[in-house]
Design a binder for this molecule. Structure first.
Ligand code: HEC
Length: 467
């Protein structure tokens, strides 16, 4: 790090570029120092020779008091993948004296792909919470086909250690088993006041929040006074509303409207969850969620005698719309996504976040000096032929987006296959209130064939010639 600059376009903005030139930071490429830090009061310990050590000796080093020895021994064991080490490692993992040694043994076995159900079962009830948590985490890939392991995991509900409970919430979300969902509901109930565990529970639900909320709303043991219960409802309702799927938003509104009397606080929590999503996050101009018809539940909320409920309904009104809603702009009828298109949208969201999102940002508003916005962009929502080509071969500025000129470069992203590009673009054309048409893999395939010979990025003028 002596060089003083990170030579990557992301870090060299026009401002920093001037700084670099002014201070001549680009010139000193042959300097640097390496320090050796030694203790003045303590003599150095024995010199390690781990590269020459046998596997059994390396297993012993996993319990060394010096972390460097443990880490290095673990690395060497994983690299060697020597099957004679497996027995001693399992022995150490399940009955070693030092908890750190047990922890390293577990992760070493994981690195060697040698973990088995009996070892994990014992590790799940380790006396040390960190070892229990590690056992939960590394058991995740095995939980699918090992029902008894799930059984063992479920015994950890109510674990006394917060760290183990947190990992349990995360791991349970990975198990698609009704027993796991029961357990997750229990964990949520017992730990509603703990923000980390609450978020861990929710993070594993992805797409199942509405059913989970329905279930918890029925749970009479969740009380208003218990800090966290309301937050749990709010967070779950917020997730469902953010997804913006018409039938699910309808069900959410019905959940809020149809609470028995005496459950006003539950009602308010769900409504506040809906409102919360509209005010959080970066300042994307929130567009209303499009429902297929006027939701009966909403009308009920709007006419509710209780003032607090009615007041919230009034604030929710601008967040939803439906064909023929009084006072709303004339709505262009938007064809709902077919199940296949919806699948692409969901896959596209994940791909977008790990690729395009790095520059255009997860919120789609772009970032100065890095990438223009996609939200409401005429390129994202216009001709899909042009859009596909931008992804396949990249783009070379200047380009006008929403009346602003950008002079940047976007790299080609043709490494994605046809289905993946169609998914990303379907996502981009339907997220952020967009109503563009989805993109079919067939279209990407054709465009790829038509531009097979092209290597250079597109310019605006060239793109505009394409219909
Ligand atoms: C390395 C950063 C980077 C990545 C990753 C990236 N882009 Fe871009 N993108 C840019 C830049 C920079 C521009 C503007 C280029 C210019 O000035 O000509 C741009 C322009 C665009 C445009 C046209 C202008 C606009 O804002 O509508 C679209 C559409 C687009 N990108 C979509 C995507 C999609 C979809 C992905 C993911 C598959 C993606 N981009 C990935 C940097 C990136």
């Amino acid at each position: 790090m002596y060089h003083g600059i990170l030579e990557h376009r992301l870090y060299i903005t026009s401002y920093l570029r001037q700084q670099i030139l002014d201070r001549r930071l680009d010139q000193h490429t042959d300097l640097g120092r390496i320090y050796r830090v030694v203790s003045e009061s303590k003599p150095p310990g024995a010199k390690p020779h781990l590269s020459e050590a046998g596997s059994e000796e390396l297993v012993k080093c996993l319990s060394h008091s010096n972390g460097w020895w443990r880490d290095t021994a673990q690395r060497l064991l994983v690299e060697r993948n020597d099957s004679s080490a497996v027995g001693p490692l399992k022995q150490l993992a399940t009955s070693g004296e030092n908890p750190l040694g047990r922890l390293h043994a577990l992760w070493t076995l994981e690195g060697m792909r040698q973990l088995d159900s009996p070892t994990l079962k014992r590790a799940l009830s380790d006396t040390h919470p960190e070892a229990r948590a590690a056992a939960m985490r590394i058991s995740e890939p095995l939980l699918k086909n090992q029902p008894e392991l799930v059984g063992e995991l479920l015994k950890r509900v109510g674990d006394a250690a917060p760290g183990a409970r947190l990992q349990l919430a995360l791991t349970l979300g990975e198990v698609l088993d009704p027993r796991a969902e029961d357990a997750l509901a229990k964990v949520a109930r017992q730990n509603a006041a703990d923000v980390y565990i609450r978020d861990a529970v929710i993070s594993g639900l992805a797409g199942r929040e509405l059913e989970f909320l329905e279930r918890l709303l029925e749970d009479k043991s969740l009380r208003e006074e218990a800090t966290g219960s309301g937050n749990l409802f709010r967070a779950l309702a917020g997730c469902v509303f953010t997804e913006a799927k018409p039938d699910r938003v309808n069900r959410l509104l019905a959940l809020a409207a149809n609470r028995p009397s005496g459950e006003e606080w539950r009602q308010l929590a769900v409504l506040d969850g809906i409102l919360g999503t509209a005010s959080q996050g970066p300042k994307v101009k929130t567009k209303p969620v499009r429902l297929n018809a006027e939701p009966a539940a909403f009308a009920a909320l709007d006419k509710c005698e209780k003032k607090e409920i009615q007041e919230r309904a009034k604030r929710i009104a601008p967040l939803i719309t439906w064909p023929g809603k009084p006072g709303a702009d004339a709505e262009v009828a938007v064809k709902p996504l077919t199940p296949d298109e919806q699948k692409r949208f969901d896959q596209g969201k994940e791909l977008y976040l790990i690729s395009c999102g790095a520059c255009h940002q997860p919120h789609g508003l772009g970032q100065d000096g890095l990438a223009p916005p996609l939200v409401d962009s005429e390129w994202a929502l216009g001709s899909s032929q042009r859009l596909v080509r931008i992804v396949l071969q990249g783009l070379h500025g200047p380009i006008n987006v929403k009346g602003k000129s950008f002079q940047l470069d976007m790299p080609a992203l043709s490494v994605f296959d046809d289905d993946q590009i169609a998914s990303i673009l379907t996502y981009v054309r339907r997220e952020w209130g967009h109503t563009g048409s989805p993109v079919e893999p067939e279209l990407v395939k054709k465009a790829r064939a038509e531009t097979e010979k092209r290597e250079e990025a597109w310019s605006e003028a060239e793109l505009l010639k394409i219909p």
